[in-house]
Design a protein around this ligand. Structure first.
Ligand code: HEC
Length: 126
């Protein structure tokens, strides 16, 4: 029985909903109703790992500025277009085949990618 214990820990780590993490839940409280669906998909796909909860590009996976990441709060910093369809394109195909650190997210259903793109767009256009 004791041998199952590490497995239980691993399952727990992968089953937790990111929206229930206290920092995520707290940030979510400050959002507008029409941002929630997009934010939920953003958080559940761990976009905030690199892009940060507020989109500033300082998520934990970007510790030490390992990547060069635009600030979603400032439309001028986007390199591939800050309108909703350009943002969707970046999510669908990644940036430079993922060599930049931004991979393609074709696993995310298209309606969710659209919501995420609208959410990111709303950060740059509050
Ligand atoms: C491993 C880190 C990482 C993760 C996770 C990540 N990104 Fe990125 N993202 C980047 C980097 C780095 C760039 C900048 C690429 C470049 O231009 O050099 C980027 C760029 C982008 C851009 C293009 C912005 C522009 O400059 O036009 C969008 C949109 C974007 N990411 C959305 C997302 C979304 C949505 C998710 C989650 C589904 C996500 N990213 C997850 C690292 C990441």
């Amino acid at each position: 029985m004791i041998r199952c214990f590490p497995l239980v820990l691993v399952l727990f780590a992968f089953c937790g909903d990111p929206l229930e993490e206290p920092a995520v839940a707290k940030y979510r409280e400050g959002l507008k109703a029409d941002q929630l669906q997009g934010f939920d998909a953003y958080a559940r796909n761990n976009c905030h790992g690199c892009h940060g909860l507020n989109g500033d590009g300082t998520g934990p996976l970007n510790a030490g500025h390992r990547y060069s990441i635009p600030d979603f709060r400032n439309a001028d910093t986007f390199r591939n277009g800050s309108d909703v369809s350009s943002i969707q394109h970046s999510i669908e195909f990644g940036v430079k085949n993922g060599k930049t650190g931004m991979q393609a997210y074709q696993n995310i259903p298209v309606e969710k990618r659209e919501k995420i793109a609208e959410y990111i767009h709303s950060l740059a256009n509050p």
